[in-house]
Design a binder for this molecule. Structure first.
Ligand SMILES: Nc1ncnc2c1ncn2[C@@H]1O[C@H](COP(=O)(O)OP(=O)(O)O)[C@@H](O)[C@H]1O
Ligand SMILES: Nc1ccn([C@@H]2O[C@H](COP(=O)(O)OP(=O)(O)O)[C@@H](O)[C@H]2O)c(=O)n1
Ligand SMILES: [Mg+2]
Length: 214
């Protein structure tokens, strides 16, 4: 298992090399992206239930790290309060640990990569590239309404931080989605529809991963 975590970083400019191995296991990773409140977490829970993936929310892992009293906790909390993106090394370490601990070989990575640094560092460190990117497309007006009604006691679900998160999404996260568009890896979903209708569209995309699929 040490080989994954201890892998040397790829030198800048070097050709990307991905083998999608986690230790001695070949894995499937789907990045689940979309603005704050677009319904990523909600649909990931549905996908887990029907398709046997493990759901890893970068935001949930960061919030758990704050709660655990880790030395990075205060830094992470301050970044989340401001809607800023935590340095990749912190988030990638949490994702790698959670992947290994799960024992699974199919992962939904929700809310990551959120910027170019996240994207490049994940590929360089893990040598894993996504099978595809599930992109939940939704208007800011609808996302704002959902976030203000989410009621999970989150420090960042207030209008001031929500505006900052929308700005970060447009400036830093959309370019990542564009990057995968260019590679023909994006599956775009109309996320403004009601939850069951969105899941119908999601299900069609995940059909090849159904337990009884050939
Ligand atoms: N399609 C939908 N229509 C209406 N409300 C939704 C929909 N999807 C999710 N929600 C609600 O919106 C809020 C944000 O959803 P969530 O899944 O946490 O989004 P994200 O992880 O993308 O921020 C939650 O309260 C959730 O119940
Ligand atoms: N890759 C990531 C994901 C989240 N985060 C931080 O965690 C916050 C909440 O992320 P989240 O994915 O739980 O938020 P939602 O999109 O689910 O509303 C972000 O606004 C960032 O501050 C991060 O720094 N890096
Ligand atoms: Mg979420």
């Amino acid at each position: 298992m040490g080989s994954v975590v201890d892998a040397p970083p790829v030198v800048a400019g070097q050709e990307e090399v991905t083998d999608n191995m986690l230790g001695d296991k070949k894995v499937t990773v789907v990045f689940v992206l979309g603005g704050p409140g677009s319904g990523k977490g909600t649909q990931c829970a549905n996908i887990v239930e029907h398709f046997g993936f493990t759901h890893l929310s970068a935001g949930d892992l960061l919030r758990a790290e704050i709660k655990s009293g880790s030395e990075n906790g205060t830094m992470i909390e301050n970044m989340i309060k401001e809607g800023k993106i935590v340095p990749s090394e912190v988030t990638i370490k949490l994702l790698q640990e959670a992947m290994i601990k799960s024992g699974n070989d199919k992962f939904l990575i929700d809310g990551f990569p959120r910027n170019e640094e996240n994207r490049a560092a994940f590929e360089n460190v893990t040598k894993i590239s996504p099978a595809f990117v599930l992109f939940f497309n939704c208007s800011e007006e609808e996302m704002e309404k959902r976030l203000l009604g989410r009621n999970q006691g989150r420090v960042d679900d207030n209008i001031e931080t929500i505006r900052k998160r929308f700005k970060v999404f447009v400036e830093s996260s959309l370019p990542v989605i564009e990057y995968y568009y260019a590679k023909d890896k994006v599956k775009k979903i109309d996320a403004a529809k009601p939850i069951p209708e969105v899941f119908e569209d999601v299900k069609a995309i995940f059909a090849p991963y159904a337990p009884n699929a050939a």
